[in-house]
Design a protein around this ligand. Structure first.
Ligand SMILES: NC(=O)C1=CN([C@@H]2O[C@H](COP(=O)(O)OP(=O)(O)OC[C@H]3O[C@@H](n4cnc5c(N)ncnc54)[C@H](O)[C@@H]3O)[C@@H](O)[C@H]2O)C=CC1
Ligand SMILES: O=C(O)CCC(=O)C(=O)O
Length: 417
């Protein structure tokens, strides 16, 4: 297998190995942290609208629970594999540790294209999947949240199904719920808002303002589209965006509100009339100040890293860059804000939502955003300082902080004899 074909899991493990080597992690601890602690594969039936019974495969994986309950989103995607879910669960452990919130790492998935299902089919699939993984989830064991292909409505069905089994309402079993049933203000925008804070800090560190910066965004879903809006509010110019069908580019800036309306009307950004069409591969190589991968994994590899023409890459997506590409970007002076830091705004506000649910005491949006900014800016500065002190790139710096926190917790608890 060439490096290019390597899985997101192999890539995540190599990123971990780089940090483990620098930290001189004990061999036993290294073996524990390199693989998930627990994984569940479920095959379950769903009655379709035409009366057929279809079977679906789903997963829920816990990478590590040393620092707190397992936490991480649920992805509905036709090509998702168990190795992807293992990788993403591992990234969640490091993401929570990077921003120092008291969780371990988890991820879940169902192999399905949700766009092919009716609302009724989606609800039945979600409820049955929830029943199947209910042996793992609970407010103090494992708390799911949205990811690609899932949304607040899916979280509401998960909460309702779990609550039906419990005989009482359990809001803290999922985050990313609608506000009406215990969701938090600010959670829907949180991943993008957190990213906007660290992009602002990074631009300042590189001595250029966000206002006027030229932005390219891959992925125009919850995270990508919200990120475009927030960066535009900060004075930046969005010059290109894409979705799974392709991208659009306009040198002088896209009229964002019109692009959003076009996407709502047609289901894609691709044939927006007032812009040039580009492929997703071409979009990544456009000259810009900030490139935001906000779609799927393994997009920036040894194959295209030497053609990336951004000053900053802010990774909203999980695992968009391979270790080889990291080294190439670093040598070329491109500043990468890694997924486990740049994409941590979502889980941070999930943590706030969980705390609010447990206390049944709810915050204003202003309070949520102020706390999010405190966490993200604090973590960004810690990672930047570590990168300078250790003379490593930002990803390795974030891993050094995160892996060290999990290793310390493991040693202090004494579960590693
Ligand atoms: N939703 C959240 O709170 C968080 C999401 N993330 C990550 O951010 C990324 C985006 O997630 P969401 O916006 O929530 O998902 P979403 O399902 O709302 O949107 C995904 C977007 O990516 C596009 N896409 C899918 N495959 C693509 C491909 N091969 N090339 C280009 N575009 C493609 C889709 O068309 C869509 O526009 C994912 O990697 C996810 O893991 C990270 C942290 C939290
Ligand atoms: O909000 C959460 O709990 C998890 C979000 C997530 O899956 C991610 O950050 O990749």
């Amino acid at each position: 297998m060439t490096m290019e074909q390597e899985s997101a899991l192999a890539s995540a493990q190599r990123q971990f190995d780089i940090a483990a080597d620098i930290l001189q992690l004990e061999p036993g601890l290294r073996r524990i942290l390199r693989v998930p602690q627990r994984e569940l594969t479920v095959t379950f039936p769903v009655k379709m609208d035409d009366g057929r019974i279809e079977t679906f495969v789903g997963y829920r994986v816990h990478h590590n629970i040393t620092r707190g309950p397992a936490k991480g989103g649920i992805r509905y995607h036709p090509n998702v594999t168990i190795d992807d879910v293992r990788a993403f669960s591992m990234l969640m452990t490091w993401k929570c540790a990077t921003v120092n919130i008291p969780y371990g790492g988890a991820k879940g998935a169902v192999v399905v294209d949700p766009r092919q299902l009716s609302m009724g089919e989606l609800e039945r699939l979600t409820r049955r999947y929830t029943s199947e993984i209910s042996i793992l989830i609970s407010p103090d064991r494992d708390i799911p949240a949205p990811d690609i292909g899932t949304n607040p409505q899916v979280m509401a069905w998960i909460m309702d199904t779990y609550s039906m089994h419990s005989g009482h309402t359990v809001p803290a079993v999922v985050t990313g719920k609608p506000i009406e049933i215990g969701g938090s203000y600010g959670r829907r925008e949180a991943t993008a808002r957190g990213l906007s804070y660290v992009l602002r800090e990074a631009a300042e560190a590189l001595s250029f303002p966000i206002a006027g910066a030229r932005i390219v965004i891959q992925g125009f879903g919850n995270v990508g589209a919200t990120c475009a809006r927030l960066l535009e509010e900060m004075g930046a110019t969005i010059i290109a965006v894409s979705d799974s069908k392709g991208g659009i580019y306009r040198r002088n800036g896209l009229p964002l509100a019109a692009v959003v309306a076009h996407k709502q009307r047609t289901g894609t950004v691709t044939d927006f009339p007032e812009a040039d069409r580009v492929t997703n591969a071409e979009l990544l190589e456009l000259p810009c100040d900030i490139l935001v991968p906000a779609a799927v994994q393994m997009q920036i590899t040894a194959r295209n890293a030497d053609r990336i023409r951004a000053r900053i890459v802010g990774e909203a997506a999980n695992a968009p860059t391979t270790p080889e590409a990291d080294a190439i970007l670093y040598d070329r002076g491109i500043f990468v804000i890694p997924d486990i830091l740049a994409g941590a705004g979502g889980v941070t506000v999930s943590y706030f939502e969980w705390v609010q649910g447990l206390q049944e005491f709810f915050w204003t949006e202003r309070e949520v955003n102020a706390q999010l900014e405190r966490v993200m800016v604090g973590a960004f500065n810690q990672v930047l300082r570590t990168a300078h002190e250790r003379r490593v790139h930002m990803r390795t710096a974030a891993y050094l902080l995160a892996v060290n926190r999990v290793a310390d917790a493991t040693r202090i608890r004494g579960i590693y004899p």
